[in-house]
Design a protein around this ligand. Sequence first.
Ligand SMILES: Nc1ncnc2c1ncn2[C@@H]1O[C@H](COP(=O)(O)OP(=O)(O)OP(=O)(O)O)[C@@H](O)[C@H]1O
Length: 238
Amino acid sequence: MTVPALRFQQVVKRYGAASVLQGVDLELQAGQCFGLVGVNGAGKTSLIKCLLDFCGLDGGAIEIFGRPHRDPAARVPLGFLPERFTPPYYLTGADFIRYLLTLQGLRYDADAVAAMLAALDLEPAALKRTVRQYSKGMTQKLGLAACLLSRKQLYILDEPMSGLDPKARALLKAQLRQLQQAGGTLFLTSHALADVDELCDRMAILHDGRIRFSGTPAECRERYGAGTLEQAFLACIA
Ligand SMILES: Nc1ncnc2c1ncn2[C@@H]1O[C@H](COP(=O)(O)OP(=O)(O)OP(=O)(O)O)[C@@H](O)[C@H]1O
């Protein structure tokens, strides 16, 4: 049997008295695009923070390609785009990308950067401007570009479509499909269920601290007798 890219086993997370994750089980196979959905405050970002060891677990275990998530080496194959992405405002776009690539021991390849910016519809002139002059969508595109240029095996993307215009969303989806076709694995959260339906091989619905559904988007629609994933989601959390 191949080792899953990610395995969450009975993950429990509490903030004080509030129990946010109450025994989450999930598995993601290498090469899949997996979408995690849930209402605001369901605990999606908390699960990602646990995975990245930004916060401790109150129970359960997480493995990344078969290794315990707390082992720093286990996280080397991960690329991460946070939900509220805020690069230092005084850096130029190029400085920011260079900084992130340097941290990962990669060199700044101007051609690869230009190609990635074009793929995400971020104007090349943005590289010379400081981040304080960026719009919200431009900032998101910069974060996505820096993340996707890191050439990782597994990308953890917390609401990657956030703030993107329709053209950029379509371009990003094409980019993510390309990454997957090249053997990459994707774990993303999204409130845009049509995007999840279109993009993801598998998905899970997190509600009241537990996984209420896990399977393919088609299975989700079928399980709840719904025409759209949105209707299925509403039926699932009712
Ligand atoms: N550091 C923290 N301290 C206390 N409570 C927290 C903390 N971080 C998150 N929470 C709480 O945990 C719950 C889950 O939050 P989380 O950000 O994981 O949800 P989410 O599913 O990502 O939400 P959204 O879709 O709005 O981004 C919320 O009730 C939130 O208030």
